[in-house]
Design a protein around this ligand. Structure first.
Ligand SMILES: NC(=O)c1ccc[n+]([C@@H]2O[C@H](COP(=O)([O-])OP(=O)(O)OC[C@H]3O[C@@H](n4cnc5c(N)ncnc54)[C@H](OP(=O)(O)O)[C@@H]3O)[C@@H](O)[C@H]2O)c1
Length: 353
């Protein structure tokens, strides 16, 4: 018997589900007690159902667990969801109605008025929205979401700039890794020797989610940040690590040294609370002319630190820089686990069922 919180993973066999399992192995506060996936996998052991795609071996603790259907009840107190967006709304809603805490990666609930779209370093005060879900889920269950994988990187980079100099406009052009499309993802013949200038729904997600995350909590609702965000996205032939070339216009004049200082000194509640998955430095700035690069920089801070480079004045807007983040760690499973650690630290994860 342990006193760890018992967690289930919905979508456990997918790219993000596997990351959850990898990151939760030996986690001091959470223990995996349930796994769920599609009817293709249900009834099989995890070792039979899942072809492990990450470095290192599948953790022994999950190999013989039987994969269940993603419907309540499951033997756990909290569910991490990495289900496809089209089925997540019904499934995650069913778990919240049944009294579970749901920490979701999928897009289904992100823009709902009463759902926190959380990056613990940026908008931890938005957790107050959970109170409003009591009318939707009288059982005590609730849903907290993490943003889209590119949005997390962009909003984290903009947060210190917005706090100090107020961001008026942002133009972001992303180069997104293949693992962001799940497994098997994009066909090899479509991406080898190629770049795809379209990822369905992604530009809209970056543009709308960024403004919600950087918005202000006023009483019990979010006033979205009054900034203009324009995003163009591309799928590129890289396994892990999303990049974004970003240009910003600031309301208050700032020097390039002030921008660098505001990135480098950025710390927040997760660092103060020393949450297990919180990196010491959420943002690192590199000064070499050819960084960041996915292969060299995606694993900084165990995949939870984003890297910024190419910080320069811009002749159209005020400044430009390149950001890089590990899309299945800071952009997905690691983000959700950090969300859960913050909820636990704030006493919001008591078993309500
Ligand atoms: N990949 C990333 O970088 C990333 C980043 C942020 C957010 N996300 C979001 O996270 C979610 C999962 O992404 P992924 O990349 O892990 O996708 P994936 O590799 O395609 O995995 C999908 C998972 O969902 C399960 N599933 C599919 N259809 C199902 C159904 N009808 N009922 C129950 N389970 C079903 C699959 O189970 P089977 O194996 O049994 O088919 C698998 O476990 C998506 O909503 C995605 O948008 C992904």
């Amino acid at each position: 018997m342990t006193n760890k919180l018992r967690v289930g993973i919905l979508g456990a066999t997918g790219m993000v589900g596997q990351r959850f399992i990898q990151l939760l192995e030996n986690h001091p506060q959470f223990e995996i007690t349930a796994l769920a996936a599609s009817d293709r996998s249900q009834g099989k052991t995890y070792a039979e159902a899942c072809t492990w795609r990450l470095g290192g071996d599948m953790p022994d603790s999950v190999c013989s667990m039987v994969v269940k259907s993603p419907v309540p009840p499951l033997d756990c107190e909290l569910v991490f969801s990495s289900l496809p967006g089209d089925i997540a709304r019904e499934t995650e809603g069913a778990f919240a109605r049944a009294g579970y805490s749901v920490i979701s990666n999928s897009s289904a609930f992100r823009m709902d008025d009463d759902v926190p779209l959380l990056i613990p370093e940026v908008n931890h005060d938005h957790l107050k929205l959970i109170e409003r879900q009591k009318t939707r889920y009288p059982s005590g269950g609730f849903i907290v979401t993490n943003p889209n994988c590119s949005t997390i990187m962009l909003a984290l980079a903009l947060a210190p700039l917005h706090a100090s100099f107020r961001v008026e406009s942002v133009v972001a052009t992303t180069l997104q890794a293949l693992s962001g499309a799940g497994y098997p993802g994009v066909a090899s013949l479509d991406i080898l020797d190629n770049v795809l200038p379209f990822i369905g729904g992604e530009e809209e997600k970056i543009e709308t989610e960024t403004k919600k995350i950087l918005g202000q909590l006023v009483d019990t609702h979010i006033e979205t940040a009054p900034m203009v965000v324009s995003a163009q996205v591309h799928r590129v032939n890289v396994t892990d690590g999303h990049m974004a070339a970003v240009r910003v216009k600031l309301a208050h004049k700032a020097s390039i040294e002030q921008l660098k200082e505001s990135f480098e000194s950025f710390r927040s509640l997760p660092q103060e609370l020393k949450l297990y998955s919180a990196p010491d430095f959420p943002i690192e700035v590199r000064s070499e002319v050819d960084r960041p690069q996915p292969k060299l920089d995606r694993d900084r801070g165990k995949g939870m630190t984003i890297t910024i480079g190419r910080l320069l004045p811009d002749s159209v807007l005020d400044y430009r820089f390149v950001a890089l983040s590990h899309n299945t760690i800071r952009g997905a499973a690691g983000a959700a686990i950090l969300n859960a650690e913050l909820l636990l630290a704030q006493g919001l994860l008591a078993d309500s069922r």
